[in-house]
Design a protein around this ligand. Sequence first.
Ligand code: TGC
Ligand code: FAD
Length: 392
Amino acid sequence: MRTDQYTGHDYYNMDDLLTDEHKLVRDSARAWIKKEVSPIIEDAFEKGSFPKHLIPGLGEIGAFGPYIPEQYGGPGLDQISYGLLMQELERCDSGLRSTSSVQSSLVMYPIWKYGNEEQRMKYLPKLATGEFVGCFGLTEPDHGSDPGGMTTNFKDKGDHYLLNGAKMWISNSPFADIAVVWAKNEAGRIHGLIVERGMEGFTTPTTHGKWSLRASDTGELVFDNVKVPKANLLPNKSGLGAPLGCLDSARYGIAWGAIGAALDCYDSALRYSKERIQFGRPIAGFQLQQKKLAEMITEITKAQMLTLRLGQLKNEDKATSGQISMAKRNNVDMAIKIAREARQMHGGMGITNEYPIMRHMMNLESVITYEGTHDIHLLITGLDITGENAFK
Ligand code: TGC
Ligand code: FAD
């Protein structure tokens, strides 16, 4: 096992634009990851399961609901600290960031924004520490990019709702304590419901055979006449805009996270190119390798600037869905291309687990698909700039 030698890369002195708190949050997360996660991540990826003993530590570094106010047990950080945390987690592994993204933006965010005070007090403090883990059920077997077509539904039975249907591709589902589930009522209106493990008729089968995001558990959510108490319906927002609002927050985190994966690949390639001797000199001295490295740091720097500006807009509550889509799409695409180039720079060693590259590359194939595919985000930008809807 190689020591995690990662150092950050900041070609345009972006750190000057960060506060001391931002840097403290980022550096503490980095130190925790190097000590607790880097030594075991390759093993977790090979085994194909999320290392659950890390959950309390993730809570301690503030990775569960970074921006959730302190009154609900969150750390009350700003959007840039949230982004930096996601960057550090995904620098290690996209699956680690996924677990945190889902808990923060897809479970805590809707309970905070769309829930009532009783729901906030019941769930948020336990989610912040990791005592509870949550998952988010939007995607269905026949409705991925088109979640508005969902068929999961609930009927009003007087003192409870009766929930039926199935969700698939759900991160954290196999071990989650609660699920925020999106379903249609009898009028066809989409609502969020909190479904708890142990409710009769609710099961969470694990999805096997993934070659990507292996250090994250993925599964289904199956509802067979599940009686959900009426108190578990999120009362303050309904319609497709409710789950899409959560996705905006998660996609913003992914935009930062993807920079982390790219930085790790670049960091490894830069170091390897200085150490690896061929034809009597370090391969870093060959123009072809320098072209790869120079282009990598250029693209990383552009993404860092785009995303930091997006963070400022988020802090001012001015970031649009279109801006978030652009950053998610650009940064994940940038990271996947850098992973492929870095893989080649490591030669044969690049395909082994001695280096993180191949793992990042495989992970990013999920990241470019979930939370809206590369195509969908392009169409969101297309609609935003032309006013013409090319989805349907
Ligand atoms: P459309 O008619 O455009 O919109 C329906 C309503 O939603 C509003 N809206 C938004 N609201 C907030 N944020 C956004 N980003 C929004 N985009 C749209 C819109 O204004 C409208 O509101 P109203 O009041 O008029 O009803 O909806 P559409 O059916 O045409 O679909 C649009 C489309 C394709 C962009 C959208 O459905 C989409 O984004 N599809 C991609 C699906 C997706 O991203 N799924 C992600 C599932 S979760 C996941 O992947 C987690 S991975 C977790 C991890 O491990 O990290
Ligand atoms: P499809 O929608 O079937 O798309 C197939 C192809 O068609 C794509 O290339 C797409 O871009 C293209 N396409 C679709 N519509 C159009 C169009 N209008 N114009 C042009 N091209 C189009 N979901 C959750 O709800 N919760 C989770 O926690 C979650 N975690 C996930 C974890 C992993 C590891 C993965 C892989 C997925 C996860 N997802 C989750 C699901 C994810 O959001 C969906 O996979 C994604 O939204 C795409 O849906 P789909 O797979 O059904 O692809």
